[in-house]
Every structure is written in structure tokens, then in C-alpha cells.
Write a protein that binds this ligand. Structure first.
Ligand code: ZN
Length: 179
């Protein structure tokens, strides 16, 4: 387990292709260590999610967590640590909601992104057991953001209005209190 360097926008892996993780591969120390390191790196950076390409790995793995002491998204409610291997969004609602997003690979910026408010998700947990669940609200938003990373997409690609793009300091000063 180790803190990993986070790839930023411009590094080719952020726009690259990813590969599924087989059940056999998932059991290897390499992949289990990668998952532990992704969790550690996400927590260290105060992120609420991280996808493997963001730590320079092309594997289809995402981890998500909102802990009580996360200073970046204090008002969004808690999400227990969730590891999804080979995540698939099986279906998503036609209801959209616009809200602020940031990204560890696009440091210091936020913008308003429309996302489906509920999803049906499938995949595997880190032990290889099948996962199938419904996600709503902020949890659904974070899953869509992280699954986008596995397709080489970042939230900037989905901004309907570039004028919402805001640096963190200006977000804190002008926008945060209005939410
Ligand atoms: Zn991101």
C-alpha cells in the first residue's frame, strides 16, 4: 500500500482506454495492493472517488467514499467505502440534476454538471462477488463521474455551460454559501 501519484489532465492515461479485471487477476496481490493504494490516495487527497486511470493504471476499478471528516463535500451526506471492479451503469434515470463537481485530475476547478439522479449499477466487489445495486443523488453522481474516467472522459466534457467553471477559491467565496 502506498500513496500514488495522481495523473492530471494532459497525461495520456486520462484519455486512454481501460481493460476489465478478470476474477483471477482480481485475486492477485498486485490488484489488491492497487485497490488499497487507490483508497489511501483518495483519502489523502480528500477526494470522494478515484478511478484507476487517475493513478496511472488502465484497470476498470473505481473506489468511492465520503467520510465525516471530508472537507471538500461536507454537506453531501456520507457514503461508505465502496470498491467497484468492472462497474457498469445498467440503466439510468431521465431525471437530471445540475450540481458542482471537481476532479483530482483537474485540480483547483469546479463546474456544474448535469447527471442522472438514479442509477442501476453492476460490477464486482474486491473479493470478486457480484454487485448489483441502485444508487441515488450524490452517490449516483460520483459513480457517473468515476465511470466516465474509465471511458477516458472528464467532467469538463459534460459541462453544458463553460461559464460555471470556477476556481476553488472563487467557489468558496461566491458560490458555496448559495447552495
Ligand atoms: Zn475525476
Amino acid at each position: 500500500m502506498a500513496l500514488l501519484k495522481i495523473a492530471r489532465l494532459g497525461h495520456p492515461i486520462i484519455r486512454g482506454k481501460t481493460e476489465s479485471v478478470s476474477k483471477e487477476e482480481l485475486q492477485t496481490p498486485e490488484i489488491q495492493n492497487l485497490i488499497d493504494s487507490m483508497i489511501e490516495t483518495m483519502r489523502d487527497a480528500n477526494g470522494v472517488g478515484i478511478a484507476a486511470p487517475q493513478v496511472h493504471s488502465p484497470k476498470r476499478i473505481i473506489v468511492i467514499e465520503v467520510s465525516p471528516d471530508n472537507p471538500r463535500y461536507p454537506q453531501k451526506g456520507l457514503i461508505p467505502l465502496t470498491v467497484i471492479v468492472n462497474p457498469t451503469i445498467v440503466s439510468q434515470s431521465d431525471d437530471y440534476e445540475q450540481d458542482w463537481e471537481g476532479c483530482l485530475s483537474v485540480p483547483d476547478l469546479r463546474g456544474k454538471v448535469p447527471r442522472s439522479t438514479s442509477l442501476q449499477v453492476s460490477g464486482r466487489d474486491r473479493d470478486g462477488n457480484p454487485l448489483e445495486f441502485e444508487a441515488k443523488g450524490f452517490f449516483a453522481r460520483v459513480i457517473q463521474h468515476e465511470v466516465d474516467h474509465l471511458e477516458g472522459k472528464v467532467y469538463l466534457d459534460r459541462l453544458p455551460d463553460m461559464r460555471t467553471l470556477t476556481f476553488s477559491r472563487e467557489y468558496e467565496k461566491y458560490w458555496k454559501s448559495k447552495e
